[in-house]
Design a protein around this ligand. Structure first.
Ligand SMILES: NC(=O)C1=CN([C@@H]2O[C@H](COP(=O)(O)OP(=O)(O)OC[C@H]3O[C@@H](n4cnc5c(N)ncnc54)[C@H](OP(=O)(O)O)[C@@H]3O)[C@@H](O)[C@H]2O)C=CC1
Ligand SMILES: O=C1O[C@H](COP(=O)(O)O)[C@@H](O)[C@H](O)[C@H]1O
Length: 470
């Protein structure tokens, strides 16, 4: 928790021991200028559900401090500072009223369009007026632009940032831009988008993020796979029957039809979040944990995936999807998809990877299920009870458990299914599991890349020039 003057912010290069206990291996830069965090699309779903709550959690842990950090929301909606604060207040949990209002006071709102200089000039003016802090020296200010927006407006927004809002700093200051998935709609549009952004910003200034890479159990995947002798000999076609990577949500588009209908569930979830998880499950061991080495192994496994067979794809749309006023009446955009990936390599030949994602289903869950083949020569006749299965539950209630067959306690020689269970809530009772976006935002502020990354880089994509995979 921040507060006392003795606790200084890691974002300013000084270390709060209480905050860093959970983040021992994350290095922070020695930058000390004022930090402005600008959330573009501040009126939207991502901003209220994830971005502002993550910033609030960072504030509560002392990573963001009054006086050093200013937060700005920007969108077209007409709102006051207070209007934005009210809109997000209900999503900020677990603090005293006093702490909550301290955080909310850091936030200012600027309204403007995404393709016209006037709004961005006003934004620049507002940022500049607030770019003052105890430690700020000319040339040190840092500006982080977070695009919580549909990708269709990234090019115009980036042009505006470039022409109106770059940090005037020339010393240790910087301007960084975070862009969300989906990065384009297909290869052509992704390349075009990359070229457009590449003309405006250096690769070091651009952070293409995938928040699933920031989830605790996704971060754990490489450790599990490559630090445990136990799994090494089993993780292949000889032992594994199939792998299922599943995302379900128990709510629909919730007024986000304007964005969602242009993309659909495959581009919203499968092509990015589930594919990143797939890569971590299926790839070979990287040479090291450097983002370049991890990227290389991800690329290799993706290159080994055969063309998807249309007979192995199921698409659907939930009843009521078109009742959302932001969804066109004639929409046939899928809100559910199941796709089978087949990896044509020595390790995985013949093992289907089933990637499934759906909105407005009966429950909310994201998990990986690794189903093992039956033990040969079943003297216990226990096949019907189910096979060995290793489950990694990303959310809710992070857990990993191994379903296995055991002797039923008692005099009789009978078997039953049981579990070796590592539920985080029970095992790590005093540990607060960070939200994915907390990690992502800290990674970006600290410029976390190949020489600094702590584990699995949370920044997701290779540039088309193949230069960086941060
Ligand atoms: N929602 C989530 O949980 C997550 C979302 N994302 C990504 O974040 C990005 C934004 O998603 P999300 O916040 O859900 O989307 P929203 O539909 O809520 O859009 C965000 C804001 O963008 C503006 N906007 C919406 N549609 C358009 C449009 N067609 N043209 C111009 N501006 C528009 C609106 O602001 P205004 O009208 O006020 O300008 C809106 O409030 C997407 O790339 C998504 O993939 C990533 C992870 C999670
Ligand atoms: O990227 C997205 O993710 C959210 C789900 O994120 P989670 O961390 O809550 O699982 C999804 O609702 C949204 O449609 C999508 O754009």
């Amino acid at each position: 928790m921040s507060g006392g003057s003795d606790v200084s912010s890691p974002l300013s290069g000084r270390i709060s021991t209480s905050s860093l206990s959970d983040l021992k291996d994350l290095e922070f830069s020695s930058e000390s200028g004022c930090l402005s965090i600008v959330v573009l699309g501040a009126s939207g779903d991502l901003a209220k559900k994830k971005t502002f709550p993550a910033l609030f959690n960072l504030f509560q842990q002392g990573f963001i401090q009054s006086g050093e950090v200013h937060i700005f929301g920007y969108a077209r909606s007409d709102m006051s500072d207070e209007g934005l604060r009210e809109r997000i207040r209900g999503y900020l949990k677990g603090a005293s009223d006093e702490h909550l209002s301290q955080f909310l006071q850091l936030i200012k709102y600027v309204s403007g369009s995404y393709d016209n200089g006037a709004g961005f000039e006003l934004l620049n003016k507002t940022i500049s007026e607030n770019e003052t802090s105890e430690n700020n020296q000319p040339g040190n200010s840092r500006r982080l632009f977070y695009l919580a927006l549909p990708p269709s407006v990234y090019p115009s927004v980036c042009k505006m940032i470039r022409s109106c809002c770059m940090t005037p700093s020339s010393h240790t200051g910087w301007t960084r831009v975070i862009v969300e998935k989906p990065f384009g709609k297909d290869l052509d549009s992704a390349e075009e988008l990359s070229a457009q952004l590449g003309e405006l910003f250096d690769e070091e200034q651009l952070y293409r993020i995938d928040h699933y890479l920031g989830k605790e159990l996704v971060q754990n995947l490489l450790v599990l796979r490559f630090a445990n002798r136990f799994f090494l000999p089993l993780w292949n076609r000889d032992n594994i029957d199939n792998v299922q990577i599943v995302f379900r949500e128990d709510f629909g588009t919730d007024g986000r039809g304007g964005y969602f209908d242009q993309y659909g569930i495959i581009r919203d979830i499968i092509q990015n979040h589930l594919l990143q998880v797939f890569c971590l499950v299926a790839m070979e061991k990287p040479v090291s944990l450097s983002p370049e080495h991890i990227r290389d192994e991800k690329v290799k496994v993706l290159q080994s995936v055969s063309c998807i067979n249309h007979d192995e794809v199921v698409l659907g749309q939930y009843d009521g999807y078109k009742d959302d006023p932001t969804v066109p009446n004639e929409s046939n955009t899928p809100t559910f998809a199941s796709v089978v990936l087949r990896v044509h390599n020595e390790r995985w030949d013949g093992v289907p990877f089933v990637l499934k994602a759906g909105k407005a289903l009966s429950s909310k869950k994201a998990e990986i299920r690794v189903q093992f083949k039956d033990a040969p020569g079943d003297i216990f006749r226990c096949k019907k009870q189910g096979r060995n299965e290793f489950v990694i539950r990303l959310q809710p209630s992070e857990a990993m458990y191994m379903k296995l067959t055991v002797k039923k306690p008692g005099l009789e020689m009978a078997t039953e299914q049981s579990e070796l269970d590592l539920s985080y809530g029970l095992r790590y009772q005093d540990v607060k599991i960070p939200e994915a976006y907390e990690r992502l935002i800290l990674d970006t502020i600290s410029g976390c890349r190949q020489d600094r990354t702590s584990a699995t880089s949370t920044v997701a994509y290779a540039s088309p020039r193949g230069q960086h995979m941060r």
